[in-house]
Design a binder for this molecule. Structure first.
Ligand code: VAH
Length: 306
């Protein structure tokens, strides 16, 4: 029976992953860990994901077998605190990779991002293997982390698996300082004010995904037979891609008089370095990835729950 520890359990992905994994393995088999533990449900622990000693004590005491290491400072916040973002994102990854290297745990999940691509990455149908020249600290940490995951797999036999998440759209938890957060904020703003001022230009196309698809992709990858997998950096996966204009048009099916304004800020310069659409054929080939939500489904679900 697996015993799972989720680090970053209070975050956008962690909040959803805790619920899904508890439904799969049983409540007591999934420990929710975060520095902000106040709102976590039991079993939970307040823990610093960069504190390797505390992690070693915890996984040994609790018999943890799998760790989902979700802690990171995202793209927009990371540009305001570059050295803190690098330190946090890398130390949190190494702490868990070293637990696996020392065989204290048997499997690791760590999220990468389309932010690991850059301005010279082919912007449409960005391949699994391609030019990667990220220009944000967050993207640099994700690209570096991918290469370290592959190194620990190849050199120490660590079973660490990863997905390059696109922008994730969910209603369960507040977004956490990302460049794609507009695609979450717009739903709350439309419901409250029937209006939204978008911090990206209306034609900024980005790869996005409903959180349900992201969680399912994560568990399908983690449960895939190891011999089926060919990528030990991080897998491309795609859901949908859209522009703020297209999202607003889809939202107007529910809010016909939605007033949209566009006021690009510093996050436009970040979004402009990212691809518009991702080629996820390797994930489809290796472990049968197939998204379920299109833009209309995504908007319908968000409108129903926000
Ligand atoms: C961010 N939501 O905007 C994250 C994501 C693809 C972007 O990694 O930083």
């Amino acid at each position: 029976m697996e015993k799972v520890l989720i680090l970053g359990a209070a975050g956008q992905i962690g909040t959803e992953l805790v619920n899904t994994l508890r439904a799969t393995y049983g409540n007591d088999q999934v420990i929710a860990g975060d520095l902000l533990a106040a709102n976590l449900s039991e079993p939970c622990i307040q823990i610093d994901a960069t504190d390797e000693h505390a992690l070693r004590e915890l996984v040994t005491k609790e018999g943890v077998t799998v760790v989902y290491q979700l802690v990171a400072m995202l793209s927009a916040t990371g540009e305001k605190l570059p050295e803190k973002a690098w330190a946090l994102n890398m130390q949190a990854l190494f702490a868990v990779l070293n637990l696996a290297k020392d065989q204290l745990i048997k499997q690791v999940f760590w999220p990468s991002s389309i932010a690991a691509f850059g301005p010279n990455t082919p912007t449409l149908d960005s391949p699994q293997m391609t030019v990667m020249d990220p220009t944000t600290v967050y993207g640099i940490s994700k690209l570096s982390g991918e290469l370290w995951c592959q190194y620990y797999h190849d050199k120490y036999g660590v079973d660490v698996r990863s997905i390059r998440y696109p922008g994730l759209i969910s209603w369960g938890a507040e977004p956490g300082g990302g460049t794609t957060d507009y695609a979450i904020d717009i739903f709350r703003s439309a419901k409250k004010d029937n209006a939204y001022t978008c911090f990206l230009a209306e034609d900024t196309r980005l790869p996005m995904m409903h959180m349900d698809d992201a969680i399912r992709a994560t568990l399908e990858l983690m449960n895939a037979p190891k011999e089926q997998l060919s990528i030990w950096t991080s897998y491309n996966v795609s859901g949908v891609d859209f522009t703020p204009f297209e999202l607003a048009e889809a939202l107007r099916k529910h809010y016909p008089d939605l007033a949209m304004r566009y006021a690009p800020d510093f996050r436009q310069a970040i979004a402009s370095t990212w691809p518009q659409r991702i080629d996820d054929s390797q994930a489809r080939l290796d472990w049968g990835w197939q998204p379920a939500y299109d833009l209309s489904d995504l908007v319908q679900d968000m409108v129903e729950h926000v």
